[in-house]
Design a protein. Structure first.
Lengths: 259, 532
């Protein structure tokens, strides 16, 4: 009888736990469904199955030149490599990406928190979305992605100092670039206090250029945050950044060297 | 004796087990707040305040001064301040912190959000008792600052914080949306701007503005870029359009009514404008103010709390000097369907307080919240943007009257467009409305905006937008925002139990019956043994 009672208890407990567990599973399915629905809106390009040949896979992706030539509001599919990400939030993540020929800014790409952790620099991903332009920044919006092969690529910063103040600067949009011998003109915290973005104005040959330490990109790097926050007006610096645009070049700083 | 003990233990376990299991889904609830007899000024309190500003450092400075002034009055209270520039982020952070019982003490919020906090066991303090408490309430005898009286809080604004028959929020600032117009271009196109602008007027003028020269430049501005009409908050756009038409959106019982034929007509009409290139949104193209100031937009709708960014002489600008175009800006109510029957949304931040174990800490939080409604802060914050104070006390303050009178005196504090936007709301408070608040109303609001965004994007992406498209969009939107599974309040009938729960309950009942049966069987046998 004791064994029977133990069995009854065990069954009741197990079923109770299963009932609890089912709820989570249901919620998880629901979340997936939401992402899938968001995907459905834009995902017209069908990627080849994994078993298909490399050649046919390649044909499904745009080259950077094709992407650059694509008009705004057109759908795009690109194979790119993660260079950096902003913080994951609300099932989306913003990605700075590149391939050997150019760079991409992928805004609020649908992504689970679990997948976001895997988007480390160099990771190959296939992104499908719509080309958009927001305040001068050309980006991929409403994007979804899947992981690519194990191939990796990390771009090195290109010196774009000579392009400052010229139309040629647009050619470097979204790329990892460097600017040398810049003079610090102003540093200010968003909201007038640390804890959010830092706006930095640098000059070269008498012209001012705007930069930003984007908090969601690298605000958690305390040392870097303090370095930028403590920059002194008049100091000479070399900087590296992802060349984001907002009403003109507005690089998201990734490295600052005080000379 | 041993048998009794064993039986007691068994019964305890049997009673506790279902309780433990049923407790799986119930997070810890803090005791209901009771106003303490007095505020202990010898005890130190540390409270957190999460606030939002409109990317406007002056507003951040007003908050900081408020904290500093308050801490001087109450040296035993320390206010830790966290500043956001997005209501959505505050909302998400609060939701995250509810599960860990680490919500802030005082929080700038929207009633829509409070409805969700409440159903998430957010322990938001009902303020009914505190509002009128003779010692610590508005105008209370023990309050150390010149608090407004209860009757001096504008009742329409105070009522916006009533949810489920309790007052869970006090208003902090109020604003509405305004239509900012490049009058120079409208006149150049051969039109005069009426006092109340209709949707038809906007689309007529916008269409005329689309004329281009042989080189592809728009004749009106000589530029390659022109989006005549840009709307910042498409959720407000849809809500106001429906309200003006008297069409369904939601009701106080939490019933969703937006997916109707009026909405469909609005969307189909709008799709035609998008196709002509006359209309776009902030999310798709950028800030209306930037386009307006660059001469690339003629009609920009944004909050009155964004008025300092509007116009050639705006004190806050995001575009470079060489891109600014000179023009005359005028401010009007948001576009209307019926010029004789104006309707505009009431919006703006409210304040809520989260419950804590220590009633003294909650009282300290309340005192700070109450302090935010004093004249200095009300006037100080309202004048940073096109906000209006929420108390008649501040509105009747001579300092505030002087501020309004000096419209156009300078392009900073007295920037005329900002004060015009403020006056627009002051003169039309009786024509403002709010939507019903319930658990899920925040999602419904998002969905309302998403309908316009989706249609706009789809037309731009050359998809066919017709009846079938809208029907499908309705289905997708309902599913995406879970509008078919809203829990509307605390006491709603939740419908039939899920199958898993039914099975679980059946098993538990069966187990109890078997145990009872076995127990009785043993009892009978034991008695029979004793008789033997």
């Amino acid at each position: 009888m004791k064994k029977f009672l133990a069995l009854v208890f065990a069954s009741a407990l197990t079923l109770s736990l299963v009932a609890c567990g089912n709820k989570d599973a249901a919620e998880s399915t629901e979340e997936t469904a939401v992402v899938a629905e968001e995907t459905a809106e834009t995902e017209d390009v069908v990627l080849p199955a994994e078993e298909e040949t490399e050649a046919s896979e390649e044909s499904a992706y745009m080259t950077y030149a094709d992407y650059a030539a694509t008009a705004v509001d057109e759908e795009v599919t690109v194979k790119v490599y993660v260079q950096a990400t902003q913080s994951w939030w609300d099932n989306t993540i913003t990605v700075y990406a590149a391939d050997a020929d150019g760079a991409y800014f992928i805004y609020n790409m649908a992504c689970t928190e679990e997948d976001a952790a895997k988007l480390v620099p160099g990771t190959e991903i296939i992104v499908t979305g719509v080309k958009g332009e927001w305040e001068g920044e050309v980006e991929i919006m409403d994007a979804t992605f899947e992981f690519g092969t194990d191939a990796t690529f990390e771009a090195t910063a290109v010196d774009a100092t000579a392009a400052l103040g010229t139309d040629a600067i647009t050619d470097y949009m979204n790329q990892k670039v460097s600017f040398t011998d810049m003079t610090v003109e102003a540093v200010s915290y968003k909201n007038n206090e640390p804890g959010d973005d830092i706006y930095v104005t640098l000059s070269k040959d008498g012209n001012n250029y705007e930069f930003c330490l984007e908090y969601y990109l690298n605000g958690s790097d305390e040392e870097f945050y303090n370095t930028v926050g403590n920059l002194e007006v008049g100091a000479t610096v070399d900087v590296e950044c992802f060349l984001y645009f907002y009403q003109g070049p507005d690089g998201h700083l990734t490295k600052v060297t005080v000379k | 004796m041993m048998n009794i003990k064993k039986n007691l233990i068994r019964f305890s376990i049997l009673f506790l087990l279902p309780l433990a299991l049923s407790g799986c889904h119930k997070p810890k609830k803090t005791a209901t707040f009771q106003v303490p007899e007095s505020f202990d000024e010898n005890k130190n309190y540390e409270i957190t305040f999460w606030a939002k500003n409109d990317t406007n450092v002056t507003q951040a400075d007003v908050y900081r001064k408020a904290i500093s002034d308050f801490e001087k009055l109450y040296p035993n209270i320390t206010v830790n301040f966290k500043l956001y520039t997005d209501y959505g982020k505050i909302y998400n952070d609060v939701i995250t912190n509810i599960s860990t019982n680490t919500t802030p003490n005082v929080c700038i919020t929207y009633p829509d959000h409070i409805a969700t906090y409440l159903t998430g066991n957010g322990n938001v303090v009902p303020l009914d008792e505190l509002l009128k408490d003779p010692r610590y309430g508005f105008g209370g005898s023990e309050v150390k600052f010149d608090s407004p009286d209860y009757d001096e809080i504008i009742p329409e604004f105070l009522n916006e914080g009533v949810l489920f028959d309790h007052n869970y929020a006090i208003p902090f600032m109020r604003s509405t949306e305004a239509l900012y117009i490049n009058e120079t271009y409208v006149n150049k196109l051969g039109y005069e701007i009426p006092d109340v602008v209709t949707w038809d007027f906007i689309f007529e003028v916008s269409e005329k503005a689309m004329e281009q020269d042989a080189e592809g430049n728009f004749k009106i501005n000589g530029q390659k870029v022109l989006i005549p009409f840009i709307y910042k908050s498409t959720d407000n756009m849809m809500i106001q359009m429906l309200n003006q038409l008297g069409a369904g959106y939601s009701d106080p019982d939490g019933n969703i009514k937006i997916f109707n034929d009026d909405t469909k007509k609005i969307l189909l009409d709008l799709s035609k404008e998008v196709k002509k290139g006359t209309f776009s949104t902030f999310k798709i193209s950028g800030y209306p103010a930037n386009f307006l100031n660059a001469g690339q937009c003629i009609f920009a709708v944004d909050s009155t709390a964004g008025s300092t960014w509007m116009g050639s002489d705006a004190p806050l600008l995001d575009i470079s000097e060489e891109n600014i175009v000179r023009f005359k800006t005028v401010v009007r109510p948001v576009p209307q369907y019926d010029a004789g029957n104006i309707s505009m949304i009431s919006q703006g931040p409210s304040i809520c307080i989260f419950n804590k174990d220590d009633a003294g800490e909650v009282l300290a939080s309340w005192l700070f919240a109450e302090f935010l409604l004093t004249d200095d802060i009300q006037i100080g914050y309202a004048t940073t943007e096109g906000y209006v104070p929420v108390t008649t006390k501040a509105r009747n303050n001579k300092e505030y009257h002087n501020y309004l009178k000096l419209a156009g005196f300078d392009n900073k504090e007295h920037y005329d467009i900002k004060i015009d936007a403020t006056t627009l709301l002051l003169n039309n408070t009786d024509k403002t409305f709010t939507t019903a608040v319930f658990n899920g109303s925040a999602s419904l609001r998002d969905a309302a905006g998403q309908l316009i965004e989706s249609v706009t994007k789809s037309v731009r992406r050359k998809k066919t937008v017709d009846d079938a498209f809208i029907d499908n969009l309705y289905k997708e939107t309902i599913s995406l925002y879970h509008l078919d599974s809203l829990n509307k309040g605390f006491t709603e009938d939740l419908g039939p139990l899920p199958k898993a729960s039914k099975v679980l309950i059946t098993i538990l009942i069966t187990t109890w019956l078997i145990i009872g049966f076995v127990y009785l069987l043993r009892l009978i046998r034991n008695r029979q043994k004793k008789r033997v």
